[in-house]
Design a protein around this ligand. Structure first.
Ligand code: PMP
Length: 404
């Protein structure tokens, strides 16, 4: 059982008010809030051992390097990667995806096929379109159904020996659908295709085991799981990371440099050019420790309780429609009320201290599928409560009355 009152004490921001009302933070899918231990880790770094890593002989540099590499090992253990150097620290999911897309430019040929899902965030669509433009590869899409699930029968028809890559998010940011990634990975592998899973929305709720999944690449952002912004990870199987060329040239990623020839450093440094987000990486490790101290099973169970409660209460509102009704979803509710524009409801909710996201959620193809401009998205975390959901429901009712 989770002690939510106690957990809430870990998050100083939850004590603030917005427009004179207690903050109700339901924009967790955009970014999660930061617990005191992570804030303390950041303060400790800048107060006590701020230094550049990997190349200093002095004590501060050694301490910072040790903590940064300890964080990499925490991340490795969390995702169950075989080796620490299979974890590349990046600036976030978008950076990680672009690293892989850019690397594949040299491995693809005209006519090769790439499959993405209809449920992707723009950051898992645009880099692949750019890759197709560069290489002449063809982009294919696994369509979705009304419930917001992937039509897996179509995926099985699309995949062939021409398929070189498959990309899919583990959880949809716009709808919360948990995608059947195990089936996608094992099917793609039968045809020799590599698979990248975008775990940006899954990692706050699910602890993925990259070896059990047998996934080739798995990417995530720290800020979605209680860490800071500007840092994330790319897991890649060693064989793939060896095969891909470096993403950026610069310091840290070389072994030797001369004007005749440069040789690249080994993993993970080959992909970590320049001074990284040192403090961010260390705080990412602290965030993972924090989430594990609560426990992902307890998190999933409690968040599902919030989801079931909020779904039932919201559906009591006249004209409210939920988009994404899969039984297999995380605690995200995307909805509209009648023809009212989501932005108008979102603005009134803000005046009541309630933070939700409105718009297309960087997933315009999903909005096009439903023929809507956007939705209101309430996304819950383990520090939210049923009382906060009651406040949301009251707020939506009030906004609806005002705008009808
Ligand atoms: N993919 C998904 C599914 C996301 O939800 C997000 C963030 N909204 C991203 C990718 C991009 O993450 P970041 O902005 O941290 O790079």
């Amino acid at each position: 059982m989770m002690n939510v009152d106690k957990i809430r004490e870990d998050f100083p921001i939850l004590n603030r008010t917005v427009h004179g009302k207690p903050l109700v933070y339901f924009d967790n899918a955009a970014t999660s809030q930061t617990p005191q231990v992570v804030i303390d880790t950041i303060v400790d770094y800048y107060s006590n051992y701020n230094a550049n890593i990997h190349r200093g002989v002095h004590t501060l540099s050694q301490e910072a390097t040790d903590k940064y590499e300890e964080a990499r090992i925490k991340i490795q253990k969390h995702f169950n990667a075989k080796k620490p150097y299979e974890i590349i620290l990046t600036s976030g999911t978008t950076h990680s995806i672009n690293m892989v897309a850019s690397g594949f430019a040299s491995l693809l040929e005209k006519g090769d096929e790439i499959i993405v899902s209809a449920l992707e965030h723009h950051s898992n669509i645009v880099p692949w379109q750019m890759l197709c433009e560069k290489t002449g590869a063809i982009l294919q899409v696994i369509p979705m159904n009304d419930e917001g699930e992937l039509q897996m029968n179509v995926f099985h028809q699309l995949v062939s020996t021409k398929t070189k890559l498959v990309f899919c998010n583990h959880v949809s940011n716009a709808l919360g659908t948990i995608n059947p990634i195990e089936e996608i990975i094992s099917t793609a592998h039968k045809f020799g295709a590599a698979v990248l899973i975008d775990g940006a929305q899954a990692t706050p709720h699910i602890k993925p085991d990259v070896q059990a999944l047998d996934v080739d690449f798995y990417v995530a952002s720290a800020h979605k799981l209680c860490g800071p912004t500007g840092v994330g990870m790319l897991y890649g199987k060693e064989e793939w990371l060896q095969k891909l060329p470096p993403y950026q040239g610069g310091g840290e990623m070389i072994e030797t440099v001369s004007f005749q020839k440069t040789t690249y450093a080994g993993l993970p440094h080959k992909f970590e050019a320049g001074t990284p987000n040192i403090c961010g990486g260390i705080a990412f490790g602290a965030a993972i420790d924090y989430m594990n101290s609560i426990g992902f099973e307890a998190i999933a169970e409690y968040e599902n309780e919030l989801l079931v409660y909020a779904t039932a209460e919201l559906l009591k509102i006249d004209g409210l429609k939920i988009f994404g009704t899969s039984k297999n979803k995380t605690a995200v509710i995307s909805f509209n009320v009648g023809e009212i524009h989501p932005y108008d409801i979102g603005s009134i909710l803000d005046k009541l201290g309630i933070a939700v996201r409105t718009g297309h959620h960087c997933a315009q193809p999903i909005m096009d599928f439903y023929k809507i401009p956007g939705t209101i998205r309430a996304s819950f975390s383990f520090y939210n409560t049923k009382e906060e959901i009651d406040t949301l429901v009251k707020g939506v009712k009030k906004a609806t009355m005002m705008l009808s």
